[in-house]
Design a protein around this ligand. Structure first.
Ligand code: SDX
Length: 429
């Protein structure tokens, strides 16, 4: 519904464009008819000023450091809820009742096994393959195993595919880890909660019983909540664009995993920890801060900055708290990486360059330290991000499919290449 209009004057032509207001956040100028009316495109590489869709799932206020999932603040969900509760909220739009939660947990738990043939799929990879490469392959391959949930026009099949994705990502992620380190796969256990089951599949070995630590399981669960969804970020936009062609949900999620892998996006947690290791000591921080400020040096402080948050990333605060809880539980008193991280944060938050550019730590800055303390190699960090983000991707994909105005995404361009010219025979070149 148009709430007001904006007037665009182009030469002698005045064009009225409808302006729509959402529940929260900036208004939007609907330019859907601009090309038809004016023969002109808008131009916004990187989509810094572009709303790609209407959504009811997640709201971010980058200036205020606000993140809401279906209206509920991330800190309340992380402190008071659990990951499957947040999954239900993202997928269905409301917090579950006790009965609904029990039923949802039951359904997810009983979808955690993967087709036994998937384990042979893994053996085609080198053991030293990056687990994200394995996840891209295996998740895309799910559409070769689950033909009964790829018809996107069938709401029931869409929900079955959604449940399968939420349930099987931990199993696939754990299998990618076990394959990477040369240990046997561990099957899921139905008597464990989601996070404990995942830690069990990662760290149990056939030779002895593995008892999940409830403090570490709670921390893992909270890390999943913090990564669950984040509006129209690069990987979510990738999933939406892939889904707009009618591709099956498993292929769309695989596309999201591929996009998330980039160090500017979900790959930043692995890059941030590698950066902290490279800095190595508090004494070397000024050298790296200087490099981050040098326009001629491509180096950036990984884990700092964000397209939307121009204030503190609310998830980073909760992540930092979780980091201290995990290190405390594990009796890790002085983690040199944590010392470097906290001093780097202190310096960056007082440095004029970072203040002027509004660069604050994002969720990836502290997550690596926590995941390393939990026992994961850096190569698994983005896999864990993908595991958690799968519910956000699939919720956004479902919303896109159910949108009556949905059509295939097909941006245009500003062409600055050669005008038309004739073919030149080889002997004339
Ligand atoms: C995630 O979109 C999401 O929601 C993503 C995410 C999610 O949950 O899905 O939140 C997850 O991807 C978090 C971001 C993780 N990435 C990193 O930590 C990598 C380091 N950060 C940068 O690469 C950068 O900050 C981005 C990619 C996150 C944001 O890039 P923008 O918005 O395009 O900003 P920019 O590159 O235009 O930077 C603005 C200015 C530039 O300087 P000028 O050209 O104006 O002179 O700030 C500088 C940049 O050079 N800058 C940095 C910096 N980040 C930006 N300088 C030093 N170190 C940095 N980290």
């Amino acid at each position: 519904m148009a709430d007001s209009t904006a007037k665009l004057t182009m030469g002698a032509q005045d064009v009225d464009l409808s302006v729509r207001s959402g529940t929260l956040g900036p208004d939007v100028v609907d330019i859907g008819a601009l090309y038809k009316k004016t023969g002109t495109f808008t131009y916004d590489p990187g989509f810094t000023s572009t709303a790609s869709c209407e959504s009811k799932i997640t709201f971010i206020d980058g200036d205020e450091g606000v993140l809401l999932h279906r209206g509920y603040p991330i800190d309340q969900l992380a402190e008071q809820g659990d990951f499957l509760e947040v999954c239900y909220l993202l997928l269905y739009g409301e917090l579950p009742t006790a009965t609904q939660k029990q039923d949802f947990d039951y359904r997810v738990t009983r979808h955690t096994m993967v087709h036994e043939q998937m384990s042979r799929f893994f053996t085609g990879f080198r053991r030293d393959a990056h687990p994200m490469a394995v996840m891209c392959g295996c998740v895309g391959a799910l559409s070769a195993f689950y033909h009964d949930s790829t018809d996107i026009t069938d709401p029931h099949q869409r929900m079955v595919a959604s449940m399968r994705m939420v349930a099987k990502m931990p199993t696939l992620a754990a299998m990618a880890y076990k394959y990477h380190i040369g240990q046997p796969f561990v099957y899921p256990k139905n008597d464990l909660d989601y996070a404990s089951n995942f830690l069990h599949m990662c760290f149990a070995v056939p030779c002895e019983e593995y008892e999940p630590n409830p403090v570490l399981s709670r921390a893992m669960d909270r890390i999943f909540i913090l990564h669950a969804d984040h509006e129209q970020n690069a990987s979510t936009s990738t999933v939406r664009l892939a889904g707009s062609s009618g591709a099956n949900p498993f292929a769309c999620i695989a596309a999201g995993i591929a996009c998330l892998w980039g160090p500017a996006h979900g790959g930043a947690n692995e890059a941030a920890l590698n950066m902290l290791s490279e800095i190595g000591s508090v004494e070397r921080i000024p050298e790296f801060v200087a490099r981050a400020k040098d326009k001629d040096d491509p180096f950036r402080l990984m884990g700092f900055g964000h397209r939307v948050y121009k204030n503190y990333d609310p998830r980073a605060k909760i992540m930092q708290k979780t980091t201290h809880e995990v290190l405390g539980e594990l009796g890790i008193k002085d983690d040199p990486l944590l010392d470097v991280a906290m001093e780097l944060e202190r310096i960056a938050l007082t440095d004029d360059y970072f203040i002027e550019k509004k660069l604050y730590p994002n969720i990836d800055f502290y997550s690596g330290i926590t995941l390393k303390a939990l026992g994961f190699p850096t190569t698994m960090f983005t896999v864990l991000f993908a595991l958690a983000r799968t519910v956000g991707w699939i919720a956004q994909w479902s919303e896109m499919i159910e949108d009556p105005n949905q059509k295939i995404g097909r941006p245009r361009q500003l062409y600055t290449g050669s005008p038309q010219r004739d073919y030149v025979p080889m002997d004339k070149r």
